[in-house]
Design a protein around this ligand. Structure first.
Ligand SMILES: NC(=O)c1ccc[n+]([C@@H]2O[C@H](COP(=O)([O-])OP(=O)(O)OC[C@H]3O[C@@H](n4cnc5c(N)ncnc54)[C@H](O)[C@@H]3O)[C@@H](O)[C@H]2O)c1
Length: 444
C-alpha cells in the first residue's frame, strides 16, 4: 500500500513536472502499438485491413512469423500499406517481451492459438485471436481463464457478427418478420483451387501472389519446430506446414474452419448459444488420389438445440456451384444470406397464399462484391464488403475503451464448441451431447 501511494505521488509529481502528456502511460491521443503474429494468408490480408480500419489509431510495430519468405513479404506489405519497415521476429516470445507493444493480432494455425493467446494475455497484451479460439474445447476454457485473469480485451475473429448484412438479418428475425423459427441451414461448397490444386492444397512457396513473389520455403529459412509447437514431432513436411487445415494434428477440418463461422452467425441471428447434440457423417470422397489428407472433404452435421431448433449443415469440397451461406426458415418468411455479400427476405406463402395477412414485399440487400450488382441486374446502395473492417475497428475501439468487444472469448468458445462437437461426432461415428453443467461433451 505504502509503495502504491508513493508510486501515485511519484507519477503525479512527474506529471506536473513534464506536463499533461505523461499523466497516463498511454494518453488518449497516443497510437496503440500492435504486434502481428502470423503473416500467412489471413495475416497478409489482415495487415492491409487494419490500415483501412484504423490507420490513425494504431502503429504496427512488429511482425512475427516462422517462415522467412513470409516475413519478407510481410515487410513489403507493411512498407506498401503503412509506409515504414516493421521490426521482425521469428519467436513470438520475443515480440511479447516488448513492453511497448499494447496489443497483438494472432493469425496462426489453430493448434498454436492456445499457447500464443495465453502467453500474450499473461504478458499484459490485448489480443485479437483468429477463429477457432483453440484446437480443443479444453484449450478454449484455458484461454477464457487467462483472459479473465488478465483484465485485457480479447476479440475472436468471427467477424460476421460485425457485418451489417447479418446485423440486418438479425433485426428482421427479432422483429418477427419470418414468424416462428425452428430450422436453419448452413452450407459451404468449394472445388479445386484456381491454380488447379486440389481443395485446400494451398500454394507452397515459391509463388507469386498480388504481384509479390514469395521465395522458396526451406528447412533453413522456415522454423518447422516452432510451427509444430505442441503437436507431435515429425520431420519437415511443407505440405503440413502450408496446408495444415488438412491434418488433425493442427486442425479440426471443415468443422472448425468453415462451419464455426456459420453456426456462430446462425446462433447470433436466431438468439441461440450451444447445441444439445450433434451427429455428423461424411468422408474423403473427392480428393483420394495422391493425397494424404486426414480431414474430410464432405461433411453433413445435424444439430439439435434447446427450444426446438435445428441446424442442418453441409459442406463438400468437390463442387462450388452453391458457394456458401445461411438460410433461416420461419413460419412466415425466409432469410437467405449468401457469400457475405447479399441478404434477402422472402415472405412465406402456403400454396400461393401469403402466410401473413399483412402484404409484405421481398427485401434484397447486396453489397458491391455481389455478381448481381456487377452484372447490373440489381441496384443496391449497400456498400459493405465484409464485416472484417468493422470487427477490427471494434477491437481497436475496445482497447481505447470507447466500445465493448463484439466477440469476447466466451462467444468464440461457443462457436468453437459446435465445431469441435461435429469433428468428434464425425471421427467417432457417434452422437455427441453437450453437458452444460460439466462444460464438456459426452457421447450419447
Ligand atoms: N476470420 C476469417 O474469415 C479467417 C479467414 C482465413 C483464416 N482464418 C484463420 O486465420 C488463422 C491463420 O490462417 P491462414 O489461412 O492465414 O493460415 P496460413 O498457413 O496461411 O498462415 C499461418 C501463418 O502462421 C505462421 N506460423 C506458423 N507457426 C508459427 C509460429 N510458431 N510463430 C509465428 N508464426 C507461425 C506461418 O508461417 C504462416 O505464415 C487460422 O486460425 C484460420 O482459421 C480466419
Amino acid at each position: 500500500m505504502g509503495n502504491e501511494v508513493n508510486r501515485r505521488d511519484f507519477l503525479k509529481a512527474a506529471a506536473v513536472a513534464a506536463g499533461p502528456a505523461v499523466i497516463t502511460a498511454r494518453g488518449a491521443n497516443e497510437k496503440i502499438n500492435i504486434g502481428w503474429i502470423g503473416v500467412g494468408t489471413r495475416g497478409d490480408y489482415g495487415i492491409r485491413c487494419l490500415h483501412d480500419a484504423a490507420p490513425n489509431d494504431v502503429y504496427l510495430k512488429a511482425i512475427c512469423d516462422t517462415c522467412g519468405p513470409y516475413i519478407d513479404r510481410g515487410i513489403k506489405n507493411v512498407q506498401d500499406t503503412w509506409g515504414y519497415k516493421p521490426e521482425t521476429h521469428k519467436d513470438y516470445h520475443e515480440l511479447l517481451a516488448d513492453k511497448s507493444i499494447d496489443a497483438v493480432y494472432i493469425m496462426t494455425p489453430e493448434h498454436l492459438h492456445h499457447d500464443m493467446a495465453i502467453a500474450a494475455l499473461n504478458a499484459g497484451k490485448h489480443v485479437y485471436l483468429e477463429k477457432p479460439i483453440a484446437h480443443t474445447i479444453e484449450e478454449g476454457w484455458d484461454i477464457i481463464k487467462a483472459w479473465e485473469k488478465s483484465g485485457k480485451i480479447c476479440q475472436l475473429g468471427t467477424q460476421n457478427r460485425s457485418s451489417m448484412l447479418y446485423k440486418t438479418a438479425k433485426e428482421w428475425i427479432d422483429k418477427g418478420m419470418i414468424g416462428e423459427v425452428h430450422y436453419a441451414r448452413g452450407f459451404w461448397y468449394r472445388n479445386a483451387l484456381a491454380n488447379g490444386n486440389a481443395a485446400w492444397r494451398y500454394d507452397i512457396p515459391p509463388f507469386t501472389a498480388r504481384g509479390v513473389s514469395v521465395q522458396a520455403a526451406t528447412p533453413e529459412n522456415t522454423d518447422w519446430n516452432r510451427f509444430l509447437g505442441p503437436a507431435p514431432k515429425r520431420p519437415w513436411d511443407p505440405h503440413r506446414y502450408f496446408q495444415w487445415r488438412l491434418y488433425w494434428d493442427y486442425s479440426g477440418g471443415i468443422s472448425t474452419d468453415l462451419l464455426v463461422h456459420q453456426t456462430d452467425i446462425i446462433n447470433f441471428m436466431c438468439g441461440k448459444t450451444l447445441p444439445k447434440s450433434v451427429v455428423a457423417s461424411g468422408g474423403i470422397y473427392r480428393w483420394t488420389k495422391d493425397d494424404d489428407r486426414d480431414a474430410a472433404d464432405t461433411i453433413t452435421a445435424a444439430y439439435e438445440y434447446p427450444g426446438n431448433f435445428h441446424i442442418n449443415y453441409s459442406s463438400y469440397l468437390g463442387n462450388a456451384r452453391e458457394s456458401f451461406g445461411e438460410h433461416i426458415y420461419g413460419s412466415e418468411g425466409t432469410i437467405v444470406v449468401e457469400n457475405r455479400w447479399e441478404a434477402h427476405f422472402y415472405p412465406e406463402t402456403y400454396s400461393g397464399v401469403p402466410a401473413n395477412v399483412k402484404a409484405r414485399k421481398e427485401i434484397h440487400l447486396y453489397n458491391d462484391a455481389s455478381p448481381l450488382v456487377t452484372s447490373g441486374k440489381v441496384k443496391s446502395d449497400f456498400k459493405e464488403v465484409d464485416g472484417v473492417l468493422a470487427h477490427f475497428r471494434n477491437f481497436v475501439n475496445s482497447v481505447k475503451g470507447t466500445e465493448k468487444p463484439i466477440t469476447p472469448p466466451p462467444i468464440g468458445q461457443e462457436a468453437a464448441i459446435g465445431g469441435h462437437m461435429a469433428t468428434i461426432a464425425y471421427k467417432n461415428k457417434k452422437m455427441v451431447l453437450w453437458d452444460d453443467a460439466a462444460r464438456k461433451y459426452k457421447f450419447a
